[in-house]
Design a protein around this ligand. Structure first.
Ligand code: G4P
Length: 530
């Protein structure tokens, strides 16, 4: 196998999705710990340092008042080169969170065992589902009292519409959590308490049939419950099928506790085996194989103002084929120009380092003098093509935005347009009127603050924002629809985006269905196309 093949095949690029507080950060830290990327040398201070390592990047940006980024972390484990794309939750939730999923080959879904499926998970899951990427579930916090395991699985299946296949099964929860039953090996993996500073408490594997020994350790009752549950599980659950997993139809489920390191390494090992290496991606000339010699990448995120002193931007791109070499020229398809990428860098745990080479599957950030847009393709001049665009995700919050000083209309429009080009906000106007009214839509409310801050600081424009009650937006897919003739509901508003595409805004979810019913032939979509 060529060096390129080897490098690409050992890469695993995934995003971790979860509702805030389910344990995404803790799990990421533990992954880094196993990969040796951080060192928790034996104290609580170590933990704080580790947390710092992961969140550092975001903190720096927060200080600058414009956070909202997804970190990319790279580390090595057991011969694999792992890229983790962090998808911020909380108030940082934004379009970037969604776009990050466009750059990942699979997703790890962390669920809190006492909470089950939560709102943010549902949203992120939808985007993963749209791409059909494999999803691996880690049910976390088993060291606390958990919901019934069967009910948790049922909830995932019903709420998210994906079949589940438990790879292991928890033995008790809370104080009674003893370990997991490994279904393939028909053995019980027992965990002892983790000692501070060690990677994992001592694990011990005992065959399920060694009743005497197991009863001694976990007790008669827990043993009987386990046997009953396994019987039920073997009778009821779907067979494990790697193809189904890889096409995103079946999610392997693991149990553990990220905080106490129970089941984390088992999960990491199994996950790495099941997850795919970088796969071919669709372009306008067909599928592009990641092991092709020609370099190609697409831009999935643009981050402005990484450096306060200059108004600089970093474009994050996912390499889709070949090898990136800093010294070589690349071709920017949308700009129609050959260029050398400036200051290519990669983020390793907390550090950013300038890199000389990277491979398909990796994410690099390059200095952007204002030429890149989300979804742009970079390739070689000898083989030009464009990757499929990144969908525009439906904003969920809307506000009417005006500049306070009417004399500053020009700066206001310039700022709004540039920030919209970076993909941080979406801008709409009344369908029938001219330029006057600007409606801004965002995925996460923090973006409104970012917009205000940036307009004031970078464009010297004060704005006034008036929140609008719309929560649902639909693009009109049917080409021959006469928008003026659409019969809507009383809460519906017709707007157009920056490219002139018509859209409908609704306050109530049911109005969407109602409008669809009233207008035969009207096709509405939750995602826009670039
Ligand atoms: P997030 O990134 O998904 O938002 O979650 P994060 O890892 O920050 O975890 C949220 C809280 O849950 C943290 O507690 C964390 O320590 C705790 N946690 C994570 N995994 C487990 C687990 O397996 N078991 C238990 N019992 N708790 C877990 P915190 O009090 O908010 O923060 P900290 O004081 O521990 O830093």
């Amino acid at each position: 196998m060529s060096n390129l093949n080897q490098e690409v095949n050992r890469r695993r690029t995934f995003a971790i999705i979860s509702h805030p507080d389910a344990g995404k950060t803790t799990l990421t830290e533990k992954f880094l710990l196993y990969g040796g990327a951080i060192n928790l040398a034996g104290s609580v201070k170590g933990k704080a340092t580790a947390r710092h390592a992961v969140s550092d990047w975001m903190e720096i940006e927060k200080e600058r008042g414009i956070s909202v980024t997804s970190s990319v972390l790279q580390f090595e484990y057991d011969g694999y080169c792992i890229n983790i794309l962090d998808t911020p939750g909380h108030q940082d939730f934004s379009e970037d969170t969604y776009r990050t999923l466009m750059a990942a080959d699979s997703a790890v879904m962390v669920i809190d065992a006492s909470k089950g499926v939560e709102a943010q998970t549902r949203k992120l899951f939808k985007v993963c589902g749209m791409r059909g990427i494999p999803i691996f579930t880690f049910i976390n916090k088993l060291d606390r009292d958990a919901n019934d395991t069967f009910e948790l699985l049922d909830e995932i299946e019903k709420e998210l519409g994906i079949a589940t296949c438990p790879v292991n099964w928890p033995i008790g929860s809370g104080k009674a959590f003893k370990g997991v039953y490994d279904r393939a090996g028909r053995q019980v993996v027992l965990f002892s308490d983790t000692e501070k500073g060690t990677k994992e408490g001592v694990t011990e594997c005992i065959s399920l049939d060694n009743e005497e020994e197991l009863v001694k350790i976990i007790g008669e009752e827990a043993y009987q419950t386990l046997r009953d549950e396994i019987e039920l599980l073997d009778g009821a659950s779907v067979e494990f099928d790697l193809d189904e997993v890889r096409s995103g139809k079946l999610t392997p489920v693991f149990f553990g506790s990220a905080l106490t390191n129970f089941g984390v390494e088992i999960f990491l090992q199994e996950f790495l085996k099941m997850a795919t290496n970088p796969l071919p991606r669709k372009a306008d000339c067909g599928l592009i194989d990641p092991c092709e010699n020609d370099f190609s990448a697409f831009v999935f995120k643009i981050q402005a103002n990484m450096n306060k002193a200059h108004r600089d931007r970093i474009a994050f791109m996912r390499i889709c084929s070949g090898k990136f070499e800093a010294a070589k020229e690349v071709y920017h398809v949308q700009g129609g120009k050959s260029m050398r990428l400036s200051q290519p860098q990669q983020i390793m745990a907390s550090e950013r380092k300038i890199l000389d080479e990277a491979y398909a599957g990796d994410i690099i950030g390059v200095f952007d003098p204002g030429i890149f847009s989300i979804g742009d393709t970079l390739c070689t001049a000898s083989k030009k093509f464009a990757y499929e665009g990144i969908p525009t995700f439906a904003p969920e919050h809307f506000a009417r935005v005006r500049q306070v000083d009417t004399m500053k209309r020009k700066q206001f429009m310039k700022g709004i347009t540039q920030i919209a080009q970076e993909g941080a906000i979406q801008v709409f106007q009344e369908f029938n009127t001219g330029m006057e009214e600007i409606i801004v839509g965002v995925v996460g409310v923090l973006q409104f603050e970012v917009l205000k801050y940036r307009l004031e600081n970078e464009y010297n424009v004060d704005i006034r924002m008036e929140p609008l009650p719309y929560e649902h937006i639909r693009w009109i897919e049917s080409k021959d629809t006469d928008v003026a003739k659409i019969v809507g509901t009383s809460d519906m508003k017709k707007v157009k985006d920056m490219r002139g595409n018509p859209l409908l805004l609704f306050i109530n979810a049911w109005s969407v269905g109602m409008t669809q019913d009233r207008n035969p032939g009207l096709v509405l979509s939750e995602f826009g196309r670039e």
